[in-house]
Design a protein around this ligand. Structure first.
Ligand SMILES: NC(=O)c1ccc[n+]([C@@H]2O[C@H](COP(=O)([O-])OP(=O)(O)OC[C@H]3O[C@@H](n4cnc5c(N)ncnc54)[C@H](O)[C@@H]3O)[C@@H](O)[C@H]2O)c1
Length: 360
């Protein structure tokens, strides 16, 4: 008998993870009198037909489609969704399905949980990043002004259905982006997962069912213990303090990069900081850096960019009273959070990233 899909009923959210999850989810959808679905244009083209093929008896009352990409995660698109729900006279007994990557699950979760004080929603992630991260954990929201995820709510979906079948049409860059977050779980909490990945380029990994299930379970475990990010959930920020600054830097200079590319670079810098703070063995540092180099091209940033990166970091939500607090690793598979790091050390970590020779 197949081990998949895994069924996890961690109240208040139930999860179905792995091959076959999509087909098996039909029963739980049948109890809703009406179903409204949110997709983006690519998901509508590639994933909606798969959804319909595997769930021919599930009747979708209406599909709302938004343009793909981060630029759609905004108030204007939220208003569009609320307008559609109002026009369709959707009541609170209806179900809202988010079929898509992190953009769709973030804005869809936000729009559904604010419409009429909240209608139930289910996430069907279709990107690796969504399956391993964004669809899990109840963070919903939109970007506002210049700030990412500035407005939003913590609201749990009724369930999250993770079926790797959707990944068949995902492009290479998006696979790579999600892979950074998968590696992160190995580094912060899951030595076993790290052992499955180590030394391999993501193109040559084949047991994705198991990898996704492990990464998703790691996230579920963390959010189950710390839904509101008061403690251990902060460990998920490993690589993200410097990574977000790099992501914003490239965005501001009209050279957008993926979230994963930025986080991969951030994880190199923050592994270096971890090594200084916690005396990690050199072999472990090399293992992490080599693994990231194997999967991500090094950015050609120069030392002149450092002041701008520092300014961006100071605007980060993780900065409290001007003090940068980092989530770092004590060793591979064990993270810690709220570690104060001096500016000079942050600067040196970026210099380390810039000046080391990446083997490609
Ligand atoms: N809520 C959270 O906890 C959380 C965590 C991490 C990231 N996020 C958010 O997630 C977003 C990024 O998510 P993402 O990387 O999934 O981006 P995304 O939703 O923009 O999807 C990436 C691209 O892939 C396309 N796509 C999606 N599924 C596809 C498929 N199966 N086949 C072909 N194309 C497909 C999309 O149309 C899009 O162009 C960001 O907004 C980020 O802030 C949220």
């Amino acid at each position: 008998m197949s081990k998949y899909p895994l069924l996890l009923d961690t109240k208040p959210v139930s999860y179905m993870i792995g091959d076959g999850a999509l087909g098996m989810s039909g029963k739980s959808l049948q109890k809703y009198p009406r179903i409204i679905m949110l997709v983006d244009e690519n998901v509508e083209k590639h994933c909606l037909p798969v959804f319909k093929e595997y769930l021919p008896n599930v009747e979708i009352d209406h599909v709302i489609s938004i343009k793909s990409g981060e630029k759609s995660k905004n108030l204007e698109q939220s208003i569009h969704i609320w307008n559609e729900l109002t026009r369709l006279q959707v009541d609170r007994d209806a179900l809202f399905i988010n079929l898509g990557g992190g953009v769709v699950t973030d804005i869809g979760g936000f729009a559904a949980s604010t419409y009429k004080r909240g209608i139930p929603f289910i996430n069907f992630p279709t990107t690796l990043l969504g399956m391993a991260d964004a669809a899990i954990g109840g963070k919903t929201g939109i970007d506002y002004g210049a700030y990412k995820n500035q407005v939003g709510l913590f609201v749990d979906p009724v369930s999250v259905i993770i079926d790797p079948i959707f990944l068949n049409t995902l492009n290479d860059l998006q696979w790579q982006s999600g892979f950074a977050e998968v590696m992160k779980y190995g580094l912060i909490m899951d030595r076993d997962l790290w052992s499955m990945l180590i030394g391999k380029d993501y193109h040559h990994l084949d047991d994705w069912n198991k990898i996704i299930a492990k990464a998703a379970r790691d996230k579920i475990d963390i959010v189950h213990h710390d839904a509101l990010e008061k403690g251990m959930r902060k460990n998920l920020n490993f690589g993200h303090t410097i990574g977000h600054a790099i992501e914003s830097y490239y965005l501001m200079h009209d050279m957008p990069i993926t979230h994963g590319q930025a986080i991969a670079a951030g994880m190199i810098c923050e592994t270096w900081i971890s090594s200084k703070k916690f005396n990690i063995e050199c072999t472990q540092i090399d293992e992490v850096v080599d693994m990231i180099d194997l999967n991500f091209e090094k950015f050609g940033i120069s030392e002149d960019t450092i002041p701008e990166l520092l300014d961006l970091m100071r605007q980060d939500k993780k900065v409290r009273e001007g003090q940068l607090k980092f989530s770092l690793i004590r060793k591979i598979g064990k993270a810690t959070h709220d570690i104060e790091v001096e500016m000079d050390m942050v600067i040196d970590s970026i210099k380390y990233y810039i000046n080391r020779n990446a083997a490609h």
